[in-house]
Design a protein around this ligand. Structure first.
Ligand code: FCB
Length: 456
């Protein structure tokens, strides 16, 4: 008996991103991205790892798609490397870059797997960064041109188009605290990046619609922000501020029609928001068909009027907000395991932004490998427990009325985990980076069962 059955047509799949798996960094006319530059800069990525080879998916995609089919995946979310399509981020498209995604799409469709495209998963063409990157309005316009080119090539076969992945990371980690590419540390730049990313989304939605796109969306990593002490007014104020900077700064312009007043006031204390032009908010609020949610862990905050807090990736919270150290159990990333946070988050979004269907576009966990022998399937029971807990949490949200359409596990393969390089493994399939051998872990077999039963 299935205990937790999911709705009919619930979509089961897996997600990856171009720079994290493709490799082939110099093949077929691909240009440089900010992650090429960043990963080659000493001290930025663990042990100097780069995405030059990664999982070599660019050459092994056919076998990888066959493996997805064998696991029973119904959908596959992948991202397109913008510098493969436009090596300099603008100007003529590179047909060999387009050809790769054409082959990948056909391989997926040939196996009955629904392709879900992410147009931007963090690999901005370096040439655009040299001109200011996401702090420049032009970048948003170039993005829309690139979106059109992708739609022109694949729109006849790809039904679901998402614009950005986690603009919070692109803006705050890329331009705020600098732990991600391009490694800029400038609070004003972070807010200008937020706005230009949202504008890029809006302009790309227009471009995709003009091409005829039916299902268009965006993926965020909204946070379940909790006050450390639910009875403390200072903690509640801190949670409200962080919620504004993490969630409402994206969700309100996308789904309500403009930035919330408290967020505008906060931003204006840090930078004069001359980058917000008349009409931008209307463009950003173009209707979407799908909101992608990436969830990993909750965020607990406390108010620190004594100035002891650390703002980290939240410009303007320095000395006012303390981000609590995660409390176990933790994943290998040091992230808290709290499935209830996913239920709370889904319910909150469905309540405050009711019009849009939701899709979990990422959820998963890094755990260290527990076998020395790469040919023996890894018994990753800790990952199974994580996924099982979060699927129950998603199921609970559906039972409470949330319109959740599907679940995509992060990730299909172990891969290049950004600043952590290859040392953190998120895959349900193990990758031996010396031989590129793929071995499904026990979590992959468990997930295969979940999909075939449509439940737990
Ligand atoms: C998300 C990213 C994804 C991966 C996971 C662990 O923030 O979108 O690429 O790194 O975290």
């Amino acid at each position: 008996m299935t205990e937790f059955r999911f709705p009919d047509n619930f979509l089961w799949g897996a997600a990856t991103a171009a720079y994290q798996i493709e490799g082939a960094a110099r093949d077929d006319g691909r240009g440089e991205s900010i992650w090429d530059t960043f990963s080659r800069t000493p001290g930025k990525v663990h042990a100097g790892h780069t995405g030059d080879v990664a999982c070599d998916h660019y050459h092994r995609y056919a076998d990888d798609v066959a493996m997805m089919a064998e696991l029973g995946l119904q959908a596959y979310r992948f991202s397109v490397s913008w510098p493969r399509i436009q090596p300099d981020g603008s100007g003529p498209v590179n047909p060999r870059g387009l050809d790769f995604y054409d082959r990948l799409t056909d391989a997926l469709l040939g196996r009955g797997i629904d392709p879900i495209i992410t147009l931007y998963h963090w690999d901005l063409p370096q040439t655009l960064q040299d001109q200011g990157g996401w702090t420049k309005r032009d970048t948003a316009e170039h993005f829309a041109t690139y979106a059109s080119a992708m739609y022109a090539r694949l729109g006849d076969r790809v039904g679901t188009w998402t614009t950005l992945n986690e603009p919070w990371c692109s803006a705050y980690l890329g331009y705020g605290n600098g732990v991600h590419a391009p490694g800029v540390q400038d609070p004003g730049a972070a807010f200008s990046a937020v706005h230009h990313l949202l504008l890029a989304h809006g302009l790309a939605v227009q471009a995709l619609r003009a091409g005829g796109a039916g299902r268009v969306g965006v993926t965020l990593n909204p946070a379940d922000v909790r006050p450390a002490d639910p009875n403390s007014a200072a903690d509640a104020a801190a949670a409200r501020l962080v919620d504004g900077l993490h969630n409402r700064i994206f969700l309100d312009p996308l789904l309500v029609g403009g930035y919330p007043d408290d967020v505008r006031e906060h931003v204006a204390r840090i930078v004069e928001p001359t980058f917000i032009e008349d009409g931008d908010e209307k463009i950003i609020a173009a209707p979407i068909d799908l909101l992608g949610i990436n969830y990993y862990a909750p965020t607990y905050v406390a108010g620190r009027p004594d100035g002891a807090g650390g703002g980290g990736a939240y410009p303007g919270t320095e000395g006012a907000v303390q981000f609590l150290a995660p409390v176990g159990p933790l994943t290998d990333m040091g992230w808290m395991i709290e499935p209830a946070g996913l239920t709370r988050l889904l319910e909150r979004i469905a309540t405050d932004y009711p019009a849009v269907p939701l899709l979990i576009t990422e959820n998963g966990a890094a755990f260290p490998d527990k076998t020395a022998d790469p040919t023996t399937p890894l018994q990753d029971s800790d990952r199974i427990a994580y996924l099982d807990g979060h699927l129950r949490a998603a199921h609970e949200a559906i039972a409470r009325g949330v319109d959740l359409r599907g679940y995509l596990v992060w990730s299909l393969l172990d891969n290049f985990e950004w600043a952590e390089g290859y040392r953190k493994r998120f895959g349900i399939v193990h990758v031996d980076y010396l031989t590129q051998r793929r071995t499904p872990k026990s979590s992959a077999r468990w997930y295969q069962e979940v999909i075939s039963r449509n439940g737990l």
